[in-house]
Design a protein around this ligand. Structure first.
Ligand SMILES: O=C(CO)[C@H](O)[C@H](O)COP(=O)(O)O
Length: 226
C-alpha cells in the first residue's frame, strides 16, 4: 500500500471511531470513504455496534454490502446522526469542493440530512483558496450545451466530463461539467450564481456544511473542529 493509501486508511479508521452504537450514518463516496466503510464493517464484527448507513452512491452501497454495514434509506429515516465523506478541496473556513467521483448530488443530500458532517482527507486536499481543482457541477442532459454556455459567463471554461468517449452519466442520470475557476474568492456567491442557472442540478460547493475535518499527513492524523 503506498503512502497516500495509508493516509486514507488512517483517516477512514479514525472517522469510524466517531460512530456510536445506534447511529444512522451517511456514507459518502470515494477512495477515502472505502476505508471508512471497511473500518465500520470491522467495528460491527468486533464490537457488535448496531448502526445503519445511507450510501451516497451505488459504489458505496456495494462496499457496505461487502463489509457487512447494514443500510437503510430515506423512506425509513429522515435524519442522520452523522455523515462522513471525502472532499477534493477544503479551505481554511471548511468550505469544500466535492464531486470528483461524480456523486456530489447525493453527497449533498446526506450531508444536509446529518446533524454533523465529518470530512476525511489527506493533507494534499487542504488549500488556502478553492478552485485549483475544477469545480464539478451536475447538470441536466437536456440543453446541457446551453447550461455550460451560462456557466462560462461566470468566468471559467467548463468541460463536460467524459467516460469511454461518451458523456459520463451520474447515478441520477445527469452529466457533470468540470469548471476550472482557478481561484474562488467567494465560494458562497459563486454557489448562488451557479444554482440560479436553470439546468444546474447541484454544485460541488459545500458551503458552511462541514463541522469537523480529519486530515492525514506523514506525522499522523489531525482532527480539526470548526
Ligand atoms: O466528492 C467525492 C465524490 O463525488 C469524493 O468525496 C472526493 O472526490 C474525494 O475522493 P477521494 O477520497 O477518492 O479522494
Amino acid at each position: 500500500m503506498n503512502t497516500q493509501e495509508q493516509l486514507k486508511k488512517a483517516v477512514g479508521e479514525k472517522a469510524a471511531s466517531f460512530v456510536q452504537d445506534g447511529m444512522k450514518v451517511g456514507l459518502g463516496s470515494g477512495s477515502t470513504v472505502y476505508w471508512l466503510v471497511h473500518a465500520l464493517g470491522e467495528r460491527i464484527k468486533e464490537e457488535g455496534i448496531q448502526i445503519e448507513g445511507i450510501p451516497s452512491s451505488i459504489q458505496t452501497g456495494a462496499w457496505a454490502k461487502e463489509f457487512g454495514v447494514p443500510l437503510t434509506n430515506f423512506a425509513e429515516t429522515k435524519e442522520l446522526d452523522i455523515t462522513i465523506d471525502g472532499a477534493d478541496e477544503v479551505d481554511p473556513d471548511f468550505q469544500l469542493i466535492k464531486g470528483g467521483g461524480a456523486a456530489l448530488f447525493r453527497e449533498k443530500i446526506i450531508a444536509q440530512a446529518a446533524e454533523k458532517l465529518l470530512i476525511i482527507v489527506d493533507e494534499s486536499k487542504m488549500v488556502n483558496y478553492l478552485g485549483a481543482y475544477a469545480l464539478p457541477v451536475e447538470i441536466l442532459p437536456f440543453a446541457w450545451e446551453r447550461t455550460v454556455h451560462e456557466i462560462k459567463k461566470l468566468g471559467c471554461e467548463p468541460e463536460l466530463r467524459m467516460k469511454d468517449g461518451e458523456p459520463l452519466v451520474t447515478d441520477n442520470g445527469n452529466f457533470i461539467a468540470d469548471c476550472p475557476f482557478e481561484k474562488i474568492e467567494d465560494p458562497a456567491d459563486l454557489d448562488r450564481k451557479l444554482q440560479a442557472i436553470a439546468g444546474v442540478v447541484e454544485t460541488g460547493l459545500f458551503i458552511n456544511m462541514a463541522d469537523t475535518v480529519i486530515i492525514g499527513n506523514s506525522e499522523g492524523v489531525t482532527v480539526k473542529n470548526k
